[in-house]
Ligand binder design. Sequence first.
Ligand code: A8S
Length: 175
Amino acid sequence: EAQYILKHHRHDVGENQCSSALTKHIKAPVDLVWSLVRRFDQPQKYKPFVSRCTMRGDLKVGSVREVNVKSGLPATTSTERLELLDEEEHIFGIQIVGGDHRLRNYSSIITVHPEKIDAMPGTLVIESFVVDVPDGNTKDETIIFVKALINCNLKSLADVCERMAMHNPSGSVNR
Ligand code: A8S
């Protein structure tokens, strides 16, 4: 775990920025988990706060998506660019480039790694981020806010994947 973070989750963290990493163990095969994580065009497949996503261009590095989030959050839209999509090493990275929210210069990396959980094929997911600390907030407040959102996403990713693994135990994946 620590090795993976050192290898894939190094961010340049500026003076007025904060950064952290979260992990989640999922009882589903790595290919299934990756099949959802890699879908930059369809974050609503697992992210509970996304109401809509429209994408300009193909699923490739540099493409931009427009994400709408559900009401009740301190935001309605986010414009995000795909920065990393490594299908062999299972590395996915995005950067937030616009939107009506307070997360300026947000960038995140997700990696997925096979592991055994209770002698079954499982997956370790690691998500890390760096972001500017907004005016009027502290680093700790910002980390707590972002971690709460990512935790919801990872929890939901686990639920969706574990349900899919249950219904299709052979683990074949449609791309
Ligand atoms: C992600 C991670 C985050 C998304 C945040 C942190 C966001 O979509 C939500 C609320 C906000 O205030 C900011 O990978 C923003 O989804 C749910 C709109 C960017």
